[in-house]
Ligand binder design. Structure first.
Ligand code: PLP
Length: 447
């Protein structure tokens, strides 16, 4: 039989540009968060909206805890409040066994308000007034002294106190990470830390309980932690030798990298981010091989923030415009911007459509809704076509965005938590005009 003639057609292959390894570059869609449809979340809570996954918080905590507890007998996590201090979030960490790690009186009050006992609060940071110090002493909290002026203030506070203060010092040091974070705490190499330790040991009303460091944030090299743990272990031994005093803990701070991709990074963060096992190995190996008697090992405290919660946070937004820039480049405008996403200054956040219309990816700039030029979420991303009202989901925004967000020309959005039973809870409601009316003083009106 003669086949029917069909005219030839040329059709574009929509497989997308290959990536730098020649692999096909396909965009995936994120239509659900913890099995709940993105549309169902926005139907109830509007757009934009932050979403927090309780399951991811719990799973990540367990992963981190297991990594350390299988390598070291005494491990205690302390939740870094500034990373995400929503009460609902903090209380999940406290339920899992975390203490509170706070860096201001505001955060200290939040921890107390969350029912954390004073003796399970670690008070860090360079700004503690005499009044703050007195409260921390009365509550039996661990005060991590940051500088000598704070030490002298504490000496004064203790003169009229019946209680002893439980203290540690924050120590900064060379761990091969530059620039060195030497603006916090006492320096190891120049002997300042040792002077601080000696001054504390001369105070009857101070009990030196531990040593603390926080070497930086998004540290991608576990070996930096080996060096830091070795230096703190050496101080632990020196204190035993000179003062016959055994510390109860070594606190390694936070700083583990999350799977977000730093701007300018060659490979995606999820391929370069060390595992909790690698960090745990670096730290615990340094301590147990230091010469500290293994029958009297100090408790190992960890204040992991970013790596613990980044994956549990999502931000949902909507497309409000498709646009061509004067160069012909494609751009889209969303209803969420850097006001919600402080971390977009240093991360290229992963962003996905809730539903893919086509794999015809095109180089795109993604902007927020603010009337400022810097409101850009992604300067260049291979992105599929979208239409007005389409939902997009940003992944890994659990750390620092819900604390560092700014209120600029609009209200802060709803924050929804999905619990382990897949139920949604509004854990922080969207701001409204009343938020401002309670704060602003209307007694003065020039009219
Ligand atoms: C911010 C901070 C943390 C948490 O840091 P991450 O990099 O988020 O892990 C821990 N300890 C101290 C003292 C901090 O200031």
């Amino acid at each position: 039989m003669k086949r029917i003639y069909e005219k030839p057609v040329i059709s574009k292959i929509n497989a997308g540009m290959p990536d730098k390894f020649g692999m096909s570059n396909k965009m995936r869609e994120v239509s659900q968060i913890d099995n709940i449809n993105v549309e169902d979340i926005t139907a109830e809570y509007g757009s934009p909206a932050f979403v927090v996954s309780e399951k991811t918080i719990r799973d990540t905590y367990k992963d981190a805890h297991r990594a350390f507890a299988t390598r070291y007998p005494k491990v205690q996590f302390a939740w870094s409040y500034k990373t995400n201090y929503l009460d609902a979030v903090c209380n999940i960490y406290h339920d899992l066994g975390s203490w509170a790690e706070v860096v201001s009186m505001f955060e200290y009050e939040k921890a107390i308000n969350n029912g954390v006992p004073g003796k399970k609060i670690i008070f860090n940071g360079p700004d503690k007034s005499k009044e703050d110090l007195k409260i921390a002493v009365d509550n039996g909290s661990y005060i991590h002294i940051d500088h000598f002026d704070e030490f002298y203030n504490l000496v004064e506070v203790l003169q009229d106190s019946e209680k002893k203060a439980k203290v540690a010092i924050r120590i900064n040091m060379d761990t091969g990470i530059y620039p060195q974070w030497d603006r916090f705490g006492f320096n190891y190499e120049n002997g300042e830390a040792w002077t601080a330790i000696t001054r504390i040991m001369m105070q009857d009303k101070m009990q030196l309980a531990g040593l603390h460091t926080h070497i930086g944030t998004y540290i991608m090299t576990p070996s930096a932690y080996s060096l830091a743990a070795a230096k703190l272990s050496q101080l632990f031994l020196d204190i035993q030798a000179k003062f016959n005093h055994t510390l109860s803990y070594i606190d390694m701070g936070g700083g583990f990298a999350s799977k977000n991709t730093l701007k300018g990074a060659y490979l995606p963060g999820k391929d370069t981010c060390p595992t909790f096992n690698q960090y745990a190995d670096a730290i615990t190996t340094a301590i147990i091989s230091s010469g500290i008697d293994i029958n009297h090992l100090p408790t190992l405290i960890l204040e992991t923030g970013r790596a613990m919660i980044d994956d549990a946070g999502y931000l949902i937004g909507q497309v409000i415009a498709n646009k061509r820039l004067s160069s012909g480049r494609r751009s889209i405008v969303l209803d969420m911007g850097i006001n919600n996403l402080f971390t977009s200054f240093w991360y290229n956040h992963d962003i996905y459509p809730a539903h893919i219309r086509s794999q015809a990816l095109e180089d795109t700039a993604i902007y927020g809704p603010l009337c400022m030029n810097i409101d850009c979420i992604r300067e260049a991303i291979q992105f599929p076509p979208v239409e007005l009202g389409d939902h997009l989901v940003l992944e890994r925004v659990g750390a620092y965005n819900m604390t560092q967000w700014m209120q600029f020309i609009t209200y802060r959005p709803n924050i929804v938590l999905i619990d382990t039973e897949k139920k949604m809870h509004l854990i922080r409601k969207k701001e409204n005009m009343d938020t401002f009316k309670t704060q602003e003083d209307t007694a003065y009106n020039a009219q």
